[in-house]
Design a protein around this ligand. Structure first.
Ligand code: F6P
Length: 324
């Protein structure tokens, strides 16, 4: 391996820049060339490359987003698109890749590796924390802190007006943000994609809490929750069935993906970046770097893509007890 390409792809996440920095600096440390690939797989197809050295990544450890930009490429899903990407990499002398992203990014990498035997290592970067083979993905910790801070503010106004707030958080298929931020912010109920809580249970819980003297409440709803209603329909449904409640909705949206990464995400990104480059130099390929019991580990990339990351049942129980 003489020249490693690094790219970010899919939804951006705080800590991606810290990971890019770690990859670039580890390459410099081992006297290997490093190339930044802009705009994910689309940039790979178009040859949007820039050589990077230790100084190209000054002052980015604290920055949100990704300096390499991110995109979701339709063209890379075609055989022709992947052939173009391969030719561009060959032309530029890139002989291994570090892919920072989520499920979609790794699936693309696997297909590419199958076709061209191109050495790749993945780093999980997504706020959703929905990747098998790692307890934490990059950006998740920062997003949790962002969400908790936002809900704390909503709680202030909810309590002043004795209102019930439905707060929608990100997570199309994963309830990790909703569950952890919900427990951290003291939510009354938490609705997630992994468990069907049922609408009756929601009404019962709200009735109970009103009876017990609670005047305001927060319900955290993951984007992909199982009730079959979106957050506005849910609010309407509760207002119709429990007229005692004055209901408001707040959708936190993309602000959850931005902001300066937490210290945890920066450190994790640095550790993962070092491991990714050194794994490639050790001759490894088709693995994802992850963290388990605070140790940096490798998981076969196909397992990371196929495996299902489970919701924390113990935390679900804690959340139930906290709403007593
Ligand atoms: O995968 C990260 C994520 O932020 C999800 O939580 C969310 O559903 C999705 O990306 C939004 O994607 P986009 O920014 O393309 O609308």
């Amino acid at each position: 391996i003489t020249k490693i390409g690094v790219m970010t792809s899919g939804g951006d996440a705080p800590g991606m820049n810290a990971a890019i920095r770690a990859v670039v600096r580890t390459c410099a440390y081992h006297s290997i060339d490093c190339v930044g690939i802009y705009r994910g797989y689309q940039g790979m197809i178009e040859g949007d490359f820039k050589p990077m050295n230790a100084r190209s990544v000054n002052n980015i450890v604290n920055k949100g987003g990704t300096i390499l930009k991110s995109a979701r490429s339709k063209e890379f899903r075609t055989k022709e698109g992947r052939k173009k990407a391969f030719d561009q990499l060959l032309d530029y002398g890139i002989d291994a890749l570090v892919l920072i992203g989520g499920d979609g990014t790794f699936t693309g990498g696997l297909v590419f590796n199958e076709e061209y035997k191109f050495p790749i290592i993945g780093i999980p970067g997504t706020i959703d924390n929905d990747i098998y083979g790692t307890t934490f993905t990059l950006g998740y910790d920062t997003a949790l802190n962002t969400v908790v801070e936002a809900i704390d503010k909503i709680r202030d106004t909810a309590s002043s007006h004795d209102r019930l707030f439905f707060v929608e958080v990100m997570g199309r298929d994963a309830g990790d943000i909703a569950l952890n931020a919900g427990v951290g912010a003291g939510a009354e109920e938490i609705l997630i994609p992994e468990e069907d809580m049922g609408l009756e249970r929601l009404l019962d819980s709200l009735k109970r809490s009103k009876k017990s003297g609670k005047a305001s409440s927060i319900v955290v709803v993951a984007e992909g929750d199982k009730t079959g209603k979106n957050v506005f329909e849910l609010a309407e449904y509760v207002e119709e069935n429990l007229p005692d409640y004055e209901v408001r909705v707040s959708v936190l949206g993309h602000m959850q993906r931005g902001g300066s990464p937490s210290c945890y995400d920066r450190v994790l990104a640095s550790r993962m970046g070092v491991k990714a480059v050194e794994s490639l130099l050790d001759g490894k390929s088709n693995f994802m770097v992850g963290v388990k019991n605070d140790e940096i580990i490798l998981t076969p990339l196909d397992k990371a893509v196929k495996g299902k990351s489970e919701i924390d049942q113990e935390l679900l129980r804690v959340s139930d007890i906290m709403t007593t």
